[in-house]
Design a protein around this ligand. Structure first.
Ligand SMILES: *Cc1c(COP(=O)(O)O)cnc(C)c1O
Length: 408
């Protein structure tokens, strides 16, 4: 059962101190927007690794599948098992490398689909799977990322080896892009060329437009490449960031309308007036230069608010931006709320999200810290309850499924 139906008392407790709000309506909306960019032959894999970029993997997976995504991508086996234990039946690709007999047993037992990065790994899998089964596997080629996968120049040997192993079935051949968010497309196009020439050398046609061509599938695109152009889509796109409503790069902002899914909120726990010259928080990194009304808020770096934002970030209070002052502490932060009249203890402030006409995005924190929005989303700790809001959208089943249902 999805958590927007939770009883009011549980929801109230979840909102006692500080929490992450996950907007399931926005999540569904983003999935629909992304699907509108794809041809009917291209499927959508929602990448839900790292607890769905901090949004909560199970709720996100259920919502995106209802909205029309058909694949899930995770980084690790435990992430895949968590989804299976929640009753999710969609195909799950494990994007990370797996090697040990124990890992292979878990993959088979939970019907996860592994990434094979090397011929050696293929032999280990074949050995461990035994002769009974036919395990779907995904071949990973390195076309220029220099991370997982066998060099595209050795693709034919790798693919032919796996084709000869009777208990492994190649479900896809894929690769990953290093610079898809760069406005300069040189490296992106070079990787695309490497990918396509490797596939052609293996006797595959990655650009077949037949609606249901036989396996394997082909996929290359992350969020940025999905927004870049449809020549990068092939059979499947693997999108993380844009599902969550953020843009991978400024020059891709106009390709599709997205709504941020995550908000971070916390309550004011005390309000007080400080005299000029009073120091605030550890190390007195802020000294009041006038009489200052401050609010103490119950959220800190142990919740995932980076301490390096001390004295740099702003927070939304009653739709207005106010400065955070002094060192961010483990569990609490202080705000200068002098311009907010009669602020009350218990009022809710927004660290990331929308309040009235003002909005603070994970991108804003990323810019202040010299990092990327992906890292900000992943940094919120489990101490913050994930609270679902908004009603998710349920896509009509595709025609083929309707037929199957009516025949059953
Ligand atoms: C994380 C990941 C993705 C998703 O990347 P986004 O930029 O968030 O869309 C896709 N493919 C692989 C292999 C990944 O590791």
């Amino acid at each position: 059962m999805l958590s927007w139906e939770q009883s009011p008392s549980v929801a109230l407790m979840q909102r006692e101190r500080a929490w992450v709000e996950v907007d399931l309506a926005a999540l569904s909306y983003n999935v629909q927007q992304i699907l509108s960019l794809l041809s009917p032959q291209t499927a959508l894999m929602a990448v839900v690794k790292a607890d769905a970029y901090g949004h909560g993997a199970i709720t996100v997976a259920q919502t995106v599948l209802q909205a029309g995504a058909t694949w899930l991508g995770v980084a690790t086996i435990p992430e895949g098992i968590e989804l299976r234990e929640a009753g999710i039946e969609a195909p799950i690709l494990v994007l990370g490398a797996t090697h040990t007999a124990e890992q292979i047993r878990a993959i088979a037992q939970w019907q996860l689909q592994p990434t094979l990065c090397t011929p050696k790994q293929a032999l280990v899998f074949s050995e461990a799977v035994g002769s009974r089964a036919s395990l779907p596997v995904h071949i990973k080629l390195d076309t220029g990322m220099s991370r997982l996968g066998t060099s595209w120049q050795q693709a034919t040997e790798f693919v032919q080896l796996v084709q000869r192993l009777p208990n492994l079935a190649i479900a896809s051949v894929y690769s990953h892009l290093a610079t898809a968010d760069d406005p300069d497309p040189t490296v992106l196009r070079q990787q695309q060329q490497h990918y396509e020439s490797a596939l052609h050398a293996c006797g595959f046609n990655p650009n077949s437009t037949a609606p249901a061509h036989p396996l394997p599938h082909f996929h290359l695109a992350n969020s940025a490449a999905t927004l870049t152009d449809s020549s990068l889509h092939y059979d499947l796109v693997r999108t993380g960031l844009i599902i969550y409503g953020l843009y991978p790069a400024d020059h891709l902002n106009d390709r599709v309308n997205l709504k941020p899914v995550l908000q971070v909120k916390a309550r004011v726990t005390q309000v007080k007036t400080l005299q000029p010259g009073t120091g605030v928080s550890y190390g007195y990194k802020f000294i009041c230069d006038r009489e200052t009304q401050i609010a103490v808020v119950g959220i800190g770096y142990a919740d995932g608010v980076p301490r390096n934002l001390s004295n740099k970030m702003t927070v939304l209070v009653r739709g207005q931006r106010v400065p955070q002052i002094g060192a961010i502490t483990m569990d609490q932060i202080m705000l200068d709320v002098s311009k907010i009249p009669a602020l009350q203890e218990g009022e809710v402030v927004t660290l990331i999200g929308q309040d009235g006409n003002e909005q603070i995005l994970a991108d804003d924190w990323a810019k202040l810290l010299g990092t990327i929005s992906w890292e900000i989303l992943c940094s919120f700790k489990h101490r913050l309850p994930r609270v679902s809001v908004g009603k998710p959208y349920r896509a009509k089943p595709p025609i083929s499924e309707v037929h199957r249902q009516s025949r059953a």
